[in-house]
Design a protein around this ligand. Structure first.
Ligand SMILES: [Zn+2]
Length: 358
């Protein structure tokens, strides 16, 4: 009898999943490369800000972003995350409040992190940032194969490794990376294309703001069902030991997220049926004596990340405290479940983050 009941419940579960209990019709994913959870949940770091080696204009950064209270500090740095996201979405990863999110891969740098996000598989063979084609199927190409999704999946990235990470030639999804020419008739995209070739490149690739505008204008003109935007500046400025620039890029990216959410909520076909998920590829060290600048398996804490979500299926829990341990690899199946799919590729995957789904 118990067995029969279990079988019935399993079938009920499949039935509900198949009958679209989800409201999400479109999915937007944004990553901030190497953005530390310490700043997401605690705002600007007082010690690093006060260290002249890392912060030339300590007074200027303090004036704009510092407050004695951590909650006030984080609101100054990330007004969108601690405004709209806190009120209507969910934020995971504040280890000081019992919410741990970690990468499951053992390398703690970019390519293995993005591979884990999109394939759900912390493959030990994916162990460098070299431009090698990713052999693992990713959830974006899975979407592109679903009915009504072909040609409706696009990625705009600052880092020029993404065409390899997402294996764009195999996957067939549109990946525009660094200064890949924007071959579009749309007037805004033509302007952005001119700008990306004429502007200075402080981190030697396309500035994040242009990556954002390219993604936003593509969204308006071509209406993708799944859009991915990958920022990079936070990681580059951190490696360079420029804490002030790292903070300013983080703050600008929060403003772009606000603009993106506002844009989505103003578009017919996207309003009230789009989920936005924001995360990062890896963490960084936690010490003033330079470890904050770095990451990788030899830097303690570089496996610590965070996740934020907002959308019609995601309950407004705000900052989630004392949550179960979460992993980066759960994101791929979470993305699929939000759109009503089960991502079951050749490689192993992990269950989605349930609390984002209901
Ligand atoms: Zn890095």
């Amino acid at each position: 009898m118990k067995k029969l009941l279990t079988t019935l419940l399993v079938f009920l579960g499949i039935f509900l999943a198949a009958n679209g209990q989800h409201k999400t019709q479109n999915l937007v994913i944004v990553t901030l490369d190497g953005m530390r959870w310490q700043e997401i949940f605690g705002g600007v770091d007082t010690a690093i800000m006060g260290n002249k080696k890392f912060t030339k204009d300590s007074a200027g950064i303090a004036k704009q972003f510092w407050a004695a209270d951590a909650v006030e500090r984080r609101q100054k740095l990330f007004p969108f995350l601690w405004g709209t996201m806190q009120q209507q979405g969910q934020l995971y990863g504040n280890r000081n409040a019992g919410s741990n999110v970690n990468v499951a891969n053992r390398y703690w740098f970019s390519y293995p992190g993005y591979n884990e996000i999109f394939t759900g598989y912390p493959d030990s063979a994916v162990n460098s940032n070299n431009k090698v084609l990713n052999p693992n199927e990713n959830v974006l190409e899975f979407f592109n194969k679903q009915k009504g999704y072909a040609g409706k999946v696009a990625a705009f990235t600052t880092w020029d490794c993404f065409p390899f990470i997402l294996n764009k030639h195999r996957s067939g999804i549109y990946v525009n990376a660094d200064v890949d020419t924007l071959h579009f008739n749309d007037a805004s995209l033509k302007l952005i294309n001119d700008m990306q070739f004429l502007m200075a490149k402080p981190i030697n690739v396309r500035p994040d703001a242009l990556t954002y505008f390219a993604g936003r204008e593509y969204l308006k003109a071509y209406k993708p069902k799944v859009l991915y935007i990958a920022f990079d500046e936070t990681d580059d400025f951190a490696h360079a030991g420029q804490y002030d620039q790292y903070i300013k890029s983080a703050h600008a990216e929060d403003a772009m997220l606000a603009d993106l959410w506002q844009t989505l909520q103003a578009m017919p076909g996207y309003k009230n049926n789009t989920t936005l998920i924001i995360t990062c590829d890896h963490g960084r060290g936690d010490k003033v004596k330079s470890q904050w600048t770095s990451h990788g398996a030899n830097i303690a804490g570089a496996d610590q990340i965070w996740v934020a979500a907002i959308g019609p299926d995601t309950k407004p829990l705000g900052e989630v405290t004392n949550s179960p341990q979460l992993y980066q690899r759960q994101l791929a199946t979470t993305f699929a479940a939000l759109l009503g799919f089960t991502f079951s590729p050749q490689h192993p995957t992990m269950q989605p983050i349930e609390t984002i789904l209901h």
